[in-house]
Design a protein around this ligand. Structure first.
Ligand code: FES
Ligand code: FE2
Length: 413
């Protein structure tokens, strides 16, 4: 927690407040070169992301408890590839290409469930929960078929607490290394005990990065969320910390003490039960809203009891899907009204974001803007874009589409 001690955050808030008063940005912060607008609209760049980014990075797909029983599974389409995540008989969680190794049929066709094995509908090749091919009808029809060589193709699958991630790259660094400073910053969160409360998704006519950027800056909060978020947090008094690996951490000062609901929604009240008033997370969660961008497409505005994990998935260069998984930490108070109010509040301010973003893709795509200037409070966007280039490999990016490489002032403990 060294990056988020109350003293450190307090001094960052004070610096932000002073800068605001003096109408300046921090003098030691590098000027951020413009971002080429075409990164958000070009099919060529989108194809680079498909080829190099989505196929090489850890992607959050769900919570361990969604796979409680042996044989519990969920299916996904990630970077156009069908994927199944399955709980084995040995208790391990594994991910596979959801593709039958006979003639390539889609294997598990439901969104999820509990299976005794994975059986292809086409010719009944059957795989055990660990992906081994166990049964081939009329096996003697094949000459020299070695079932041991025809198991499902595995995909890396690792957990951080109850958060389940997959990665198509067999050579990828371990998940914990990929997360850089995040595990230390989340030391107070009961990560082994996160449970899904509600999940919903919606599609937006924008490049996925427009949405991810939206969840990575609060320059807009004062204007877009004047009657929602801005009422509870003081977005101009924020402690912004860029982390290595393209991740970001922010703590935004609240205008009062926050409750155990999603922090940004509610103040602590005298009517709260003792349990509701007890602070389970680090004390800073009482006086500020913490939010983390986990590269490349996740945002975790953590709170004590109920908070959303917001994922942005590309559909094509000009369209994306936002998937919101509300999770509960620990037991928490049984307060249905608070739960409902948290969701209502969240949907209201996401609606405000969507309203602001509507029409953006068309506006970006037709030559009306060449490059995007970013201010100090939009620095996380630069970290994100720069890290995308690092993953893709600068040598693979056509001239004019890459961001200028900067030595960004990453936070250090
Ligand atoms: S394609 Fe699956 S058994 Fe033939
Ligand atoms: Fe917003």
């Amino acid at each position: 927690m060294t990056l988020e001690t109350p003293e450190r955050i307090q001094s960052m808030w004070e610096a932000a407040a002073t800068q605001m008063r003096e109408r300046r940005h921090p003098g030691d912060f590098p000027a951020l070169p413009d971002i080429p607008a075409a990164r958000y609209t070009s099919d060529a760049f989108y194809e680079l992301e498909k080829k190099f980014l989505w196929s090489r990075t850890w992607l959050f797909v769900g919570l361990a408890h969604e796979f409680e029983e042996t044989g519990s599974y969920r299916t996904y389409t990630l970077n156009d590839a069908p994927v199944v995540v399955m709980r084995g008989r040995d208790g391990d969680l594994r991910a596979f290409h959801n593709v039958c190794q006979h003639r390539g049929s889609l294997l598990m066709k439901d969104e999820g469930g509990v299976a005794r094995n994975m059986r292809c509908l086409y010719h009944c090749w059957t795989y055990d929960l660990d992906g081994k091919l166990t049964f081939v009808p009329d096996e003697h029809y094949f000459s020299g078929l070695d079932k041991a060589e025809r198991g499902l193709k595995p995909i890396r699958c690792e957990q951080f607490g109850s958060l389940v991630f997959v990665n198509f790259d067999a050579e990828a660094e371990p998940l914990l290394d990929f997360l850089t400073d995040i595990p230390a910053l989340w030391a107070d969160i009961p990560l082994n005990d996160l449970r899904l409360f509600d999940r919903f998704s919606f599609e937006v006519d924008c490049n996925w990065k427009c949405l991810q950027d939206n969840f990575a800056e609060n320059y807009h909060a004062k204007y877009v969320h004047e009657n929602t978020i801005d009422k509870v947090i003081d977005s101009k008094t924020s402690a912004l910390q860029m982390l290595r690996g393209g991740h970001n951490a922010i703590v935004i000062k609240s205008r009062g003490m926050l409750t155990s609901g999603m922090g940004a929604a509610f103040f602590k009240s005298e009517n709260d039960t003792a349990e509701e008033q007890a602070s389970k997370l680090a004390e800073i969660s009482r006086s500020g809203q913490r939010s983390y961008n986990v590269f490349p497409n996740a945002t975790f505005p953590v709170a004590e009891y109920l908070f959303p994990i917001v994922m942005v998935w590309p559909i094509d260069a000009g369209r994306c899907k936002v998937e919101v998984s509300f999770v509960k930490t620990g037991e928490g108070p049984a307060n249905e009204q608070l739960d409902q109010d948290t969701l209502t509040f969240f949907k209201r301010f996401i609606g405000e974001d969507l309203n602001a973003l509507s029409g953006m893709h068309k506006a970006l795509a037709h030559g009306g803007i060449d490059s995007i200037p970013l201010c100090w409070s939009e620095q996380f966007i630069y970290n994100h874009e720069q890290h995308i280039d690092e993953i893709i490999g600068r040598e693979n990016i056509p001239q004019g589409l890459a961001v200028v490489r900067l030595d960004l002032p990453y936070a250090s403990g």
